[in-house]
Write a protein that binds this ligand. Structure first.
Ligand code: PNW
Length: 446
């Protein structure tokens, strides 16, 4: 039996573009994800999030589900182009009002709002001028952040600057699988630097404004294991770890990009210089917490990837969820222990964890997502173990409240505790919903 302390925060997470819909209503501006999804061939099943779960019009119904679930906190993101349709300057009052109503409704049912500022939906007007490659986007982000701190500061106890800057930088600007869909490593490196600077300047603003509440950042972290104990595989693994994990952790907590990665990238002829003294001060300001998103581990070896010279490996004996994501609960233990020991964050929140399954509705109307229950249970057990061993884990958020638009995979992936019927937009709580409800109620896993 595993017990969680009374003050442990149980929650669920979503993101604006993935659930809201209403993409061109009430004065919302276009985001890079609207542009990307509206471009043929970018989304696997040809769908867009124009309507998505229609949460913009149904948020009260969705909060009723959250209340029933019994969560302590709800992690959502604010759509930047809903608040600043052109990225900066003119505020869209109707957009602000939506988040005002959302936050007030949450408070009314005693659910703490956790607001992410950047969950990838950059205003398209800013992209037209270079997006995260342009320093002007940093200034626009700080203006956007400051505005939200002023308007919602007294009602929002937790703020997250960026969600998974690694995905924005490297999947958005190198692999091109995500908006804006570029394929240039130098761009990705520049974007990662600018994201870190924007983060740091927003934190500085938050502190200077004496905003109530805590602020942090969310990183997608995974343990990276070598496919063999060959020296070359071990070196490739160290590199991939530098690419995925240390590239953001080190500047945030140790003031500088990892040396070995700067050397490697420079030897590859890429355009990267260490952070200057002033940049390093901005980027490494103390955080109230680190948000960690964990889904799976990575296994790698020396290989053909042109920059990192590695290949990813999928052991056939492992268990897999959709999208070839290995089910590996020990990974959450490994990554929390490592981050706690090597970077010493004040607090850690697991801001996302969950699994994609091809759920179906049985004849009796139930969605029996046994595999999801097992996944969540095993991960929660490992988290509890890290807490027993002294790691400062303070909360856990399931990805996701409901099935939603899974980026380049469209609606083909279901991560929700609630099944979304995209025809009728009816929501159907799955068995995992009722399981999680009990966990929260009892603060216990049997
Ligand atoms: C995260 N990867 O995305 C995001 O924060 C969510 O919006 C998303 O729905 C969720 O995880 C499930 O995918 C990721 O390829 C997407 O390593 C891709 C990767 C990692 C995280």
């Amino acid at each position: 039996m595993v017990i969680f302390p009374l003050h442990f925060i149980f929650g669920v997470a979503t993101a604006a573009y993935q659930i809201e819909g209403a993409w061109n209503e009430d004065g919302r501006g276009e985001s890079i994800w609207d542009r990307f999804a509206h471009s043929p061939g970018k989304i696997k099943d040809g769908t867009t999030a124009d309507v998505a779960c229609d949460h913009y019009h149904r948020f009260e119904e969705d909060i009723a589900f959250m209340k029933d679930l019994g969560i302590d906190a709800y992690r959502f993101s604010i759509s930047w182009p809903r608040v600043f349709p052109k990225g900066k300057g003119q505020v869209n009052e109707l957009g602000v009002n939506f988040y005002h109503r959302l936050i007030q409704k949450l408070k009314a049912v005693h659910i703490q709002p956790v607001a992410t500022l950047n969950h990838w939906d950059l205003p398209q007007t800013l992209q037209d001028k270079g997006g995260w490659e342009n320093r002007e986007t940093i200034d626009a982000f700080v203006e956007y952040a400051q505005f939200l701190f002023q308007v919602f500061g007294k009602d929002v106890p937790f703020w997250i600057t960026h969600n998974e800057p690694w995905v924005v930088a490297f999947l958005g600007h190198y692999e091109g699988r995500m908006a804006p869909g570029k394929d240039d490593f130098d761009s990705a490196l520049l974007v990662s630097r600018n994201l870190l600077l924007a983060h740091g300047l927003a934190i500085r603003n938050f502190r200077e404004g004496k905003v109530n509440g805590k602020i942090g950042i969310t990183l997608n972290l995974s343990p990276v294991h070598p496919a063999s104990d060959n020296k070359e595989d071990i070196e490739a693994t160290r590199r991939f770890d530098g690419y995925l994990n240390r590239w953001f952790l080190d500047p945030l907590y140790r003031r500088q990009f990892p040396d070995d990665m700067i050397d490697w990238y420079q030897r590859k002829g890429l355009n990267i210089t260490p952070l200057t003294h002033e940049e390093s001060k901005v980027v490494s300001q103390p955080l109230d917490f680190l948000g960690v998103n964990y889904y799976s581990r990575r296994i790698t070896k020396k290989g053909k990837e042109p920059i990192l010279e590695n290949d990813l490996v999928l052991p056939p004996e492992s268990e897999y969820a959709e999208m070839e994501w290995e089910v590996y609960p020990s990974g959450i233990y490994e990554i929390i222990k490592r981050v706690s020991e090597e970077y010493k964050p004040v607090e850690i929140y697991l801001t996302e964890n969950g699994i994609s399954i091809q759920d179906t509705i049985d004849e009796d109307g139930k969605v029996r997502d046994i595999k999801r229950i097992e996944y969540l249970r095993e991960h929660l057990k490992k988290i509890s173990q890290t807490m027993q061993e002294g790691c400062p884990v303070k909360g856990y958020f399931v990805w996701s409240l409901m099935d939603n638009f899974e980026w380049a995979h469209g609606f083909s992936q279901r991560f929700g505790l609630i099944y979304t019927d995209y025809q009728s937009l009816r929501r159907i709580p799955k068995e995992s919903f009722y399981w999680y409800q009990k966990v929260i109620q009892n603060r216990r896993i049997d």
